[in-house]
Design a protein around this ligand. Structure first.
Ligand SMILES: Cc1cc2nc3c(=O)[nH]c(=O)nc-3n(C[C@H](O)[C@H](O)[C@H](O)COP(=O)(O)O)c2cc1C
Length: 418
């Protein structure tokens, strides 16, 4: 059995509308444990756990927490990124729909440890059911004095507000998200300063992914050292995966880090339908690398994914069989990113137009060697010079296919002349 259910242990076993069910299954115990001790102990347990963010970039959570805790401001924010706009990702939705209080508990513990005063959960507006469930959970948490004033009868006030995104992909990027909560157009900011020093409304802010927060009660419950024993050296704990595309069993699965991608596809996904051949897999969503079959022995691990020069840690695995055309996929991706670019920086704003133009030539078999050289250099320039992760990672699928499927590009050339 390759699944390890820690974050998903309550999935389909409790009523997500019932705080009593959550409490009856050990919920809010970690909060009580955390508040019974020193704040510094919480930071130390999270540091020992070596938890890395689950929103994609895999940044160490303890570094953000400690940075926020050190800020002396009277107003500090905790923000939960529940935008989940990346095509191919749907694991945060599962946590919100099936175990909403685990997210709240993680946010409250984080707020207590860092002396944050208010929390926001930013959910994309298309997520009707998660919004309804999270709103209900916040109400129930308030009624049960886990949120509000003098939580657990001590001098700790913290409340959470739910904000809805308008369905813009770039609003999942942390600065665009903060701008959106502030009521502005969702565009990234120049960094530094980073959010932990100048974040929401100019105040110190810690922003983490839904799954990241859901890990906090687990770490406090079992202790950071125990948590760090799960997974691999560089990637501790478990990962929720969104498995989709040409597999028999699509869905959300939780595995410890270190399981090979192929095992996930074969054992959890039940393989490719109709006995077709697997051609390629895209990791992390539309902004992730597309890799060939022969690389599927690779294990799921943040450091292994680094070799694709991309942040693929959000956990999407999109399986494509031999009927899928690489250029069809690339064109769809680029058209999506072109539409979603906020337009603030030139490499992303102009670059996607040009990538789309060049890709169409490959689709129409009208490309030349010059087009091949142009697409490669443009993808690299965008990757290196865009202001935020959108333009930095959107060319990843092109960069990776140029590396692993170069012959497909050559086959599409109309002529070999420059
Ligand atoms: C274009 C873009 C979209 C993003 N969308 C999301 C998202 O939907 N959810 C998320 O948690 N992180 C998303 N991120 C990553 C966030 O910027 C940020 O790194 C993350 O919320 C930090 O949380 P973590 O450290 O817990 O992963 C996105 C980044 C970019 C560049």
């Amino acid at each position: 059995m390759i699944e390890k259910k820690i974050i998903s242990k309550r999935f389909d076993k409790i009523d997500p509308y019932s705080i009593a069910d959550y409490i009856a299954t050990g919920g809010y115990k970690s909060l009580a444990k955390a508040m019974a001790g020193q704040r510094i102990n919480i930071l130390s347990e999270v540091e020992k756990s070596r938890l890395r963010g689950r929103g994609g970039a895999g940044f160490p959570v303890a570094i953000k927490m400690m940075a926020l805790a050190k800020e002396a401001a009277l107003v500090k924010y905790i923000v939960c990124n529940a935008d989940e706009g990346e095509p191919g990702n749907f694991k945060d939705r599962a946590i919100m729909e099936k175990d909403p209080h685990s997210i709240l508990e993680g946010m409250i513990i984080t707020a207590y440890a860092t002396r944050a005063t208010k929390g926001y959960i930013y959910i994309r507006c298309e997520y009707d059911k998660p919004i309804e469930i999270m709103r209900h959970a916040v109400e129930e948490a308030r009624k049960n004095h886990f949120l509000g004033q003098k939580i657990d009868k001590i001098d700790f006030d913290f409340d959470i507000e739910i904000r809805l995104g308008a369905g813009s992909y770039v609003c999942g990027e942390e600065f665009a998200l903060l701008e959106s909560i502030e009521g502005k157009t969702g565009r990234t900011r120049v960094k530094p300063p980073f959010p932990t020093s100048v974040g929401l409304f100019g105040k110190p802010t810690e922003i983490n992914n839904v799954e990241t927060f859901a890990n906090i009660p687990v770490i406090i419950g079992m202790g950071g050292d125990e948590f760090a024993k799960i997974g691999t050296k560089s990637s501790t704990g478990t990962k929720l995966l969104s498995l989709s595309g040409n597999v028999n069993n699509k869905g959300v699965y939780e595995i410890p880090f270190g399981v090979p991608i192929k095992t996930v596809i074969d054992e959890l996904g039940g393989g490719v339908p109709d006995s077709r051949a697997l051609k390629m897999v895209q990791l992390g969503g539309a902004c992730g690398p597309i890799i060939p079959r022969y690389l599927l022995d690779m294990i799921i691990d943040f450091d292994r994914f680094d070799e694709f020069e991309s942040k693929t840690g959000s956990g999407a695995i999109i399986v494509m069989d031999d009927r899928c055309d690489i250029f069809d996929i690339l064109l769809r991706n680029v058209t999506f990113f072109k539409h979603e670019s906020c337009g603030k920086c030139a490499p992303c704003r102009e670059g996607h137009n040009q990538l789309e133009r060049l890709l169409r030539k490959f689709v129409d078999r009208k490309a030349t060697i010059t087009d091949l050289i142009s697409i490669e250099s443009l993808a690299r320039v965008m990757h290196q010079t865009s202001l935020c992760g959108l333009g930095q990672t959107s060319p990843t699928s092109i960069i990776s296919t140029l590396r692993y499927f170069r012959d497909d590009y050559i086959d599409r050339l109309e002529s070999l002349e420059v």
